[in-house]
Write a protein that binds this ligand. Structure first.
Ligand code: PLP
Length: 387
């Protein structure tokens, strides 16, 4: 890599990222190239974003076609790609309406606002507490950090937005005890904690949670920012469970590589917002939505079945490796607990032409969901060796 790039980056860009020392400059599907011309199999898709890989012809032509018409109109006017995407999201999920924003954190912020307003109107403004799970990740804004159930993110930024509480995943009595002394608006979960180490919630716990919120008249929100859009072998991860969320948030893969956030509202809460209650300058941008329509239209039942099958094959392969202590996740969202430190494994993978992610002490794999099986298997061998 050009040393100058690293120097300019450290001189001019805020120090928030500890980057790997490569610059990706081009790609084709699940194969990417760096500035030295070295090739990599992409098992991270830019943290679950490039759902159909790099330089995808169909997505690109949808985006370019819209770019040739108009790039932005604002939410003062009607916008066809945006309506088309919302209709498709409703038809595919069964939820009723969507609010569009630009990132996962914003999609969650909207979810919190819907929960607060709905609870205040239907039960009283004292029902404001939003409960999330320990070890969760919901984003980086001050309020999304307050929702994130990991203390190390909180330390430097006190006071955070009040009105959030965290309970242990898998422990329904902790939630029951909290509910006995706190007036709760909503419980919000990730079905698979991504950033927290690719840890799926137990079906049994999700059933208990579902019954509990129903009995207590508490809203259920699901953060599908990472798990959504086909990643786990279903359109949304909650569909792997017997669940009907009241609100879901999604982002990352939905845009296929362009920034988008979406908060989907069930019939129950679909009309909680009135004019002026939320907004976003860029939300529902026509270029982004035209691309997202293409992405969503291609998450077919056949592709989802293939994600499940390829995920199963990788899961089985990794489970046989003696240097991998645990394999977690669903579909093409896979967590591996290596015997070595995860960062060392990723460095070794980079040397050998594979891009992988970490999550806590785990290796996290989020390849483009249409990656051919042979490429997945080739990458899996290199990853297993590096563990
Ligand atoms: C990435 C992520 C977010 C934050 O998304 P941004 O687009 O970075 O704001 C929120 N929730 C989950 C589960 C995520 O994985």
């Amino acid at each position: 890599m050009n040393n100058n790039l690293q120097e300019l980056d450290s001189q001019y860009i805020a120090n928030t990222y500890d980057r790997y020392k490569i610059a990706l400059v081009s790609g084709n599907g699940s194969l990417l190239k760096d500035s030295d011309g070295k090739e990599y199999i992409d098992m991270g898709s830019g943290i679950g974003v490039n759902l159909f890989g790099a330089n995808d012809a169909e997505w690109k032509s949808a985006v370019i076609e819209q770019l040739g018409k108009i790039q932005h109109t604002s939410n003062l006017y009607y916008n066809e790609p945006c309506v088309k995407l919302a209709k498709m999201l409703s038809e595919k999920s069964g939820l009723a309406k969507t609010f569009f924003s630009n990132s996962g954190a914003e999609a969650n912020e909207c979810m919190f606002k819907v929960a607060r307003k709905f609870a205040a109107e239907t039960r009283g403004s004292e029902y404001f507490t939003i409960v999330t799970l320990k070890n969760s990740f919901h984003g980086r804004t001050l309020t999304a950090l307050a929702a994130t159930g990991q203390d190390h993110y909180h330390e430097l930024y006190q006071p955070l937005t009040p009105g959030f509480a965290h309970v242990e995943a898998g422990n329904i009595s902790e939630l029951e005890e909290l509910a006995a002394k706190t007036k709760i608006a909503a419980v919000i979960i990730e079905c698979i904690q991504g950033e927290g180490g690719v840890i799926a919630l137990e079906k049994n716990y999700v059933d208990e949670l579902k019954n509990f919120v129903r009995e207590k008249n508490i809203l259920l929100g699901v953060d599908e920012v990472q798990t959504g859009n086909g990643r786990t072998g279903k359109l949304f991860a909650y569909m792997n469970y017997d669940l009907q969320p009241d609100i879901i948030s999604t982002a990352k893969g939905l845009g296929g590589g362009l920034p988008i956030g979406a908060t989907l509202l069930s019939e129950k809460v679909q009309d909680v917002f009135g004019h002026g209650d939320n907004g976003s300058t860029f939300g529902g941008n026509p270029v982004v939505c035209a691309g997202a329509c293409n992405i969503l239209s291609r998450i077919s039942d056949e592709l989802l079945a293939q994600v499940r099958e390829n995920g199963r094959i990788l899961h089985e392969y990794f489970s046989k490796q003696s240097n991998i202590e645990q394999v977690t996740g669903m579909g093409l969202m896979i967590g591996l607990k290596p015997t070595k430190p995860a960062r060392e494994v990723v460095d070794e993978c980079i040397k050998n032409g594979v891009l992988a992610l970490t999550a806590k002490d785990r290796i996290r794999l989020l390849p483009p969901i249409n990656t051919p099986l042979e490429l997945l298997q080739k990458a899996a061998e290199i990853i297993a060796k590096a563990c």
